[in-house]
Design a protein around this ligand. Structure first.
Ligand SMILES: Nc1ncnc2c1ncn2[C@@H]1O[C@H](COP(=O)(O)OP(=O)(O)O)[C@@H](O)[C@H]1O
Ligand SMILES: [Mg+2]
Length: 348
């Protein structure tokens, strides 16, 4: 279960949906200049799901906005679907956002006076889709995101996760080639986050001609990502490929005893737990990267991979840690519980 650095992009797809070359963005505020993007070079191919992670202020939102034409780059080129984005006039940007790019934001951006149906329908009205077709597509999209029962609710009557699912349906309304999502699970509970993640994955399987760029702090997205880019101070400092099939298979198929064997072999902390040296290790205790010691880390409780049953009827939960300094992703196995007694207890 080692983390591999090799970058496996999909094999020789002919033409990227989006291409960024030598892209810079400098924000000027009075005397101050902030280089929000620095020499970004990136190609996104059909069928790809690319995850972008990085600390606050590293340029993630700026990157999405430059791709979408919302922010003009200071230098460099952005091509989306053969359109030279940095050269587009207002009408061209409108067309881009209306028909070629679907955007999803952290705070949903729904129109409060419209129902779920109205919100999903809106982009299709703007693009003059015939009514019958529109109604059918709204039904289809609401079904896809599991929100058909909430079709007539307005945003205030929906939970964060439900609002986000409506926003996702809306982003897909005009069948855009490229989906850009900015922290789509930043304001939803973990069960909704899981659903949203699964929906993104399914949408891409169903529409392999599309591509998605998802900015997130949620490390579980790495499971569905073809590539994960780590952004820092406006630069892509590291790129990870897919979770290897080996890794997924190990998680799914390996006998529990095998897994424990492997884990205990590799992870001193887990060994300590199993040997009874500690009762619990809380993830909150882990405050720095085990490799370089940096305290700039992202932590996520890894839900699917999280519960490993040991032979003594206990579970170990798994935490992923991404270091934003040296970019290592490491795993911690911690928190032993008695299955019968504590299974439903949160780990902290
Ligand atoms: N409109 C703006 N004017 C000035 N500075 C900005 C503007 N937008 C972003 N920045 C700066 O650019 C950097 C990157 O910001 P942002 O792309 O929002 O980062 P992230 O989404 O990774 O948190 C930050 O230093 C931020 O303060
Ligand atoms: Mg941001």
């Amino acid at each position: 279960m080692t983390e591999s650095d090799d970058v496996k992009t999909k094999s020789s797809p002919s033409k990227p949906i989006a291409e960024l070359s030598e892209l810079y963005k400098i924000f000027k505020q009075g005397q101050n200049e902030v280089m929000a993007l620095k020499n970004i070079n990136l190609k996104i191919y059909p069928g790809e799901l690319v995850v972008i992670m990085g600390p606050s202020g590293s340029g993630k939102t700026t990157l999405l906005h430059v791709i979408a034409g919302i922010t003009r780059p200071s230098a460099g080129n952005v091509t989306v679907n053969d359109l030279k984005v940095e050269k587009l006039k207002d009408e061209g940007i409108q067309d881009l956002l209306q028909n070629h790019i679907g955007m999803i934001f952290q705070f949903f951006n729904l129109i409060p006076t419209l129902t779920a149906t109205g919100n999903v329908e809106m982009p299709m009205i703007v693009s003059k889709m015939p009514k019958i077709q529109r109604k059918e597509r709204v039904q289809y999209l609401l079904k896809e995101v599991g929100m058909i029962e909430r079709a007539n609710h307005r945003p205030f009557a929906l939970s964060g996760g439900e609002k986000q699912r409506i926003a996702i349906a809306q982003a897909f309304a005009n069948n855009p080639e490229l989906i850009l999502a900015d922290e789509p699970t930043g304001n939803v509970d973990s069960i909704s986050a899981e659903k949203i993640m699964q929906y993104f994955k399914k949408a891409l399987v169903d529409n392999p001609e599309k591509a998605m760029i998802i900015v997130t702090h949620d490390i579980v997205f790495r499971k569905i990502a073809d590539r994960t880019l780590i952004l820092r101070d406006g630069e892509i400092i590291k790129e990870y490929g897919r979770f290897s099939q080996d890794e997924l298979d190990t998680q799914k198929n390996a006998k529990i005893s095998d897994q424990i064997g492997e884990i205990t072999h590799k992870h001193e902390q887990t060994q300590a737990l199993i040997n009874g040296k500690h009762d619990h290790l809380f993830f909150e205790d882990i405050i720095q990267c085990p490799k370089c010691g940096s305290k700039e880390i992202l932590k996520a409780y890894d839900k699917e991979a999280g519960a490993l049953f040991t032979h003594n009827q206990q579970i170990i939960t798994r935490m992923s840690i991404a270091c934003l300094k040296c970019s290592e992703i490491t795993y911690h196995y911690a928190g032993i519980y008695n299955i019968k007694k504590d299974l439903h207890q949160p780990h902290d």
